[in-house]
Design a protein around this ligand. Sequence first.
Ligand SMILES: [Mn+2]
Length: 447
Amino acid sequence: MKKRAVFFVFFILCGCVSLAAALERQPNADYRARREALAKKLDGGIAVLFAPVERDDEVYGFRQADNFYYLTGNSEPAGALLIAAAREAKENSPARPYTEILFLPAHNTIQEKWTGPKLGPDDGNATQVTGFDHVEVLDKMRDEIAKLLPPRGTVLFSDLPNFGETSASVVPLEWLQRSNAFVGRVEFKDIKPLMASLRTTKDAGEVDLLRKAVSASAAAHKAAMKAMKPGVNEHDISALMQYEWNKRGCDRPAYAPIVGTGFNSTVLHYSADDATIQNGDVVVIDAAGEYAMYAADITRTLPANGKFTARQREIYDIVYGAQQAAAAAFVSGKSKILGRESDSIAKVAYDYINTHGKDLHGEPLGKYFIHGLGHYIGLNVHDEGDYTIPLGPGMVFTIEPGIYIPEEKIGVRIEDDYWVDASGKLVKLSADLPSTADEVEKAMAAK
Ligand SMILES: [Mn+2]
């Protein structure tokens, strides 16, 4: 009885804050700063973005679109966002201040019985909870856009699909066109390059969330090192790891987990994860969790029975050496992650691999390093970002050399997550996870 009374009070206190509380969110000011930074890139234009609608067949439940989340911290479906840059008065159009509106669908009490309470536009605390200057009902979007459009038209930035793709924005944009929201000449531009440029550099709050994703994922890798032995199935390891990072606050895998034994270790995006691990195999484990929308990306390669053969260790040491060489060559403000030019740390890794060891035919091993050295991580495991500029403070990315020799059934990849701190120092976020062949064998022996 007492318990029930306590629960009732709790419900009264918390029932009014209906924004999904499951995700750890940054302070509202962080999302606001991103919206203002975007407004400065709009060149007087308007940005309109739409959150996807909730589908009832989503395996892990609704997940907000990355760009929408980046600008709002809002994890609920079917909202929309408008950002209009300030503009000065011109001939026929009056001056306009910076404007931001979050549009939310009206409460649907029947739907909320199925999918849970949502924040509605008429909830008294909506601006306080979301940190937006204005929160309006979605139905008003057409009128609000029409109010902001100068008579001579403008540029409207949105999430336009690439050829053959769909985006959350296409259908609502078509509807807005039909509703004559877009008076005057409206030129559509894709917002993705602007968003990619903003997302290239992470703020302190994002780095904190990435650290948590990495730490939970590293713990899962340690559990895999203890559980690994001949006779277990790839999916046993995959399931164990998902349990371990979820237990530490992750919501889902950051990508399809790869647990590949023997020949499968040489298949880059192997995802069947259903073979039995054999004595003498190496097992590539490329698996990590997503924490509060932020993705880690970690790979380790383990000897199935706890001891590398001489040949496996030789290949392993070369991959590890290439990762070390790339990290050592890193210069903030100069190095690039892609390409084979002299300022690329990918070239450093390739050259290391190509000048160490040989295949069974006496050929150098460079040709077995068949993918890029790394990529940004963030809201997406292959995060949007500007790859044309050098790596510098605030960027978070992977360094993941690999050698894959199908003929020998040996694939080795070692992948860690790195952050460039404010002083330009390269910080390995996954540093406490065993890395060298000796460290891996030792961690596996400690069962
Ligand atoms: Mn990766």
